[in-house]
Design a protein around this ligand. Sequence first.
Ligand code: F6P
Length: 478
Amino acid sequence: MRGVTTSGSADLVILANRLPVDRVRSADGTLGWRRSPGGLVSALEPIMRNNDGAWIGWPGVPDEDVEPFVDEGLSLVPVPMSAQEVEEFYEGFSNGTLWPLYHDVVAKPEFHREWWDSYVAVNERFAEKAAEIAAEGATVWVQDYQMQLVPRMLRERRPDLRIGFYLHIPFPPTELFQQLPWRRQILEGLLGADIVGFQLNGAAQNFVRLVRQRVGHKTHRDTVYLPDGRTVQARAFPISIDTRGFEELARSESVTQRAAQIREALGNPKTVLLGIDRLDYTKGIYPRLRAYSELVAEGRFSVDDAVFVQVATPSRERVEQYRVLRDDIDRLVGRINGDLGRIGQPAISYMHSSFPRHEMAALYRAADIMVVTPYRDGMNLVAKEYVACRYDNDGALVLSEFAGAAEELRQAWRVNPYDINGMKAAILEAAHADDREVTRRMKAMRKTIMEHDVAGWAAAFLGALSEVQGTHSKTLRP
Ligand code: F6P
C-alpha cells in the first residue's frame, strides 16, 4: 500500500516527457542547458512564475541525474532515465507502440511486454516526483502520450490535487485502440485526471466511447461518471502557437533580409514551394515530393522557375522506422533530382537539419506555397506558423485534411495525401490562383489564429481545470 506523500511547495506543476531545455556541451567541454524553442513553455511561463510553478521532465540524455535547478526564472525538476529505459520506454513503447497506433497505424505498431513494463516504471517515477513537489491543493498538468498512466498514479498518492491531462497527438478510433494489449490500463490511467484534453472533438468522443465500452463507466456527452462519485470531463482544446511572436519575428528587418537572400540563393525562381517537418513517417513527405516531381516531369512546373524546398528535421533517429524513412527520402530526392534537375537547378532543395525560429520565419516568408500533407497529425503547428508569418496576406497553404489544423484553417487548399492526383491538382490550383483569391484565404486564416493563440489555449484548459471542485484545491493566480 502506497502512503500519501507529504506535500511540496509548487502550486502549479507541468509534467512532460521532456524538460523545456536541452542538455548541451559547449566548445570547452562544459555542460549547460539551452532553452528549446517550444510554444508551450512560453505560453506557460507567466502563469508558472505567478504560482511557484515547476516543470518536471527528462533532460533528454540517458543516465543524467541532475538536481532541480532554476533556468531563466523557471524551476526545472529533472527525472532521470537509464539507457535501457530510453530504449524501452521512449523509443519502444512511446514511439514504437503508441505513436504509430495513435496515428492511424500509418506504420505497424509493435507490442512488447518489456516495453510496457518500462512505460509503467517510468510513469511511476514521474508521478512520484509530482507527488513530492506539488503543494497541498496544487494543480498538476500532465502532457502527452508518454505519460498516460501518471494521472491515476498521482491521484492515488495525492487525492488533494487538481489533475489535468492533455494529449498533443490524435486519439485513435476504438477499432484501432483495441489492438493495444494494455488498453484498459491506459484508459484507467487517464481517468485519474479531472479533465482529459484533446486536440479535436472527435478524439474526445473516441475516448468517451472507449471508456463506456471497455471500462464500463456511465457517460453522458463529454462527462464520465466514476463509481466513487468523481467525474472526468473529456473535451477538445485545439492547441495553437505564439501568433504575435511569430508575426513580430517575420516583420523584423533581419528576417526580411534573410528571406530575400534565400530567394536569391535559390536563383530567384517564380515559385518557391516549401515543406518543413520532423522527419516522421506520419508527415506524408514521400507522397508530397512524388506529387511535385510528377508535376515537373509533366512540364507543369519547370526547374527554370520553380523549386521545392524541403526541410526535414532529424527525429528519433535510433528507431528503425525512422531510419528506413530517412533512406527512402534520401533515395527519392536523389532520383528526382537525378532525373529532373539541371546544373544549379535541382527540382528539390533538400535539407536534413533543424533550423532556429529565425531561419524558419525567413523560409516561411520566402515561400509562395507551403505544402503540409500529413497522413495523420494531432494539430500541425507548422501550418499555423506559416500563416502567422504571412502578415503581407500573401502565400498559399496546401493542407492535408488529416491534420488537426484543417478544422480551423478552412481556407487552405485541402488535400488527401493518399490521393497523388488530387494533391497535384491542389498544388497547381494554389500556384495559379489570382492574388485576390490568395489574399482572401490568407486573411481569413490569419483572423482565426490571431483570435486563438497558445496563451488562449493554456488559459482555456487551466480555466476549465480551475472550475473543478477539489476538496482542498487552491485557485491559480492568472
Ligand atoms: O507531437 C508530439 C511530440 O512529442 C512533441 O511534443 C514533440 O515536440 C515532438 O513530438 C518530438 O518528440 P520527441 O520528444 O520524441 O523528440
